[in-house]
Design a protein around this ligand. Structure first.
Ligand SMILES: O=C(O)CCC(=O)C(=O)O
Ligand SMILES: [Fe+2]
Length: 292
């Protein structure tokens, strides 16, 4: 199982030739993780104060930054540290956005730069409820944020100051997982998405697609046999590297590591080179009906 496609970019702000763009789109859309072993996100001197889990508020697993309004959530930082944290996250968001637009110009018209996150806590040994436990294989689907078939792409950089890698497991292709797990997914009553939206539990109304994706996310995480026996491969992203994938498509689990920056993007499935590889198209085919 070949889960990584390596690209040799060594700088965030470079021109990417057309042949490389084509290869990158074909790879990421077919479910590969694009891996940039030479692309380091370097911290400025003053940003070293951020390399501590104490930056996190109690109970939060990430600091999050909203590029739309510059707001930070989940951080407990003193006066002078707050602007340093915001500047680092804004720079990461800008670099990641520029890179994604450069590699995938076809995505640009519908591309949304969503939240940025900083993950300064060690993953290994943390205790979570099964649905929140990202050490279990899953595709991303968020209970409060329906996407209506739009894609979720994430860019990650390991900024660990030592040599601790981010250790992931990558699972089987999305269609294989979906065929196995769909029969276990309960269909919500038609009124449910409306109730959730009316009570403010979701931002907008969940589509059938969103319900199925959440169902697949939960079904896989709760299925101990699936977690143990489904096809999977362990991969390590060393300190100083960057990687990206469609996390709504790639079965993934984060086993260990500390200090990662992450930028989330959304885009229309129709903007892809191979739209039929989008989870919404795969699920519509399996279900035999429109889902959004
Ligand atoms: O923090 C990580 O390395 C990945 C966690 C995860 O499942 C995600 O970001 O979707
Ligand atoms: Fe995830």
């Amino acid at each position: 199982m070949d889960v990584l496609t390596t690209l040799d970019l060594a700088e965030w702000n470079v021109a990417v030739p057309q042949n490389l763009r084509n290869d990158a789109a074909a790879a990421i859309e077919s479910g590969k993780v694009l891996y940039f072993p030479k692309l380091r996100f370097a911290l400025n001197r003053d940003e070293d104060v951020l390399l501590s889990p104490t930056v996190l508020g109690g109970g939060d697993k990430n600091v999050s930054y909203d590029p739309a309004n510059g707001k930070i959530k989940g951080a407990v930082v003193e006066g002078t540290t707050a602007p340093i944290l915001r500047a680092m996250m804004r720079r990461y968001s800008d670099y990641a956005t520029r890179l994604v637009r450069e590699i995938f110009p076809a995505y640009a018209p519908t591309l949304e730069t969503a939240r940025t996150s900083y993950r300064p806590a060690e993953i290994a040994g943390r205790k979570y409820t099964p649905t929140k436990d990202d050490t279990r294989l899953h595709v991303d689907a968020f209970p409060t944020r329906p996407v209506h078939g739009r894609r979720i792409m994430r860019v990650f950089s390991n900024i660990n100051p030592g040599d601790a890698p981010r250790v992931w497991k990558v699972g089987e292709p999305f269609p294989d997982m979906a065929k196995k797990m769909l029969p276990q997914v309960k269909r919500p009553m038609a009124i449910m998405p409306l109730l959730l939206a009316a009570t403010g539990s979701t931002r907008g109304v969940r589509s059938r697609y969103d319900s199925l994706m959440l169902g697949l996310h939960d079904a896989a995480k709760f299925d101990e046999t699936y977690q143990r026996t489904s096809p999977q491969k362990q991969v390590e992203f060393p300190a100083g590297t960057t990687w990206m994938c469609f996390t709504d498509q790639v079965m993934h689990a984060a086993l260990s590591g500390q200090f990662v920056l992450e930028q989330t993007f959304h885009l229309d499935a129709e903007a892809m080179t191979i739209p039929e590889s989008a989870p919404v198209r795969v699920l519509e085919k399996l279900e035999g009906r429109a889902l959004v």
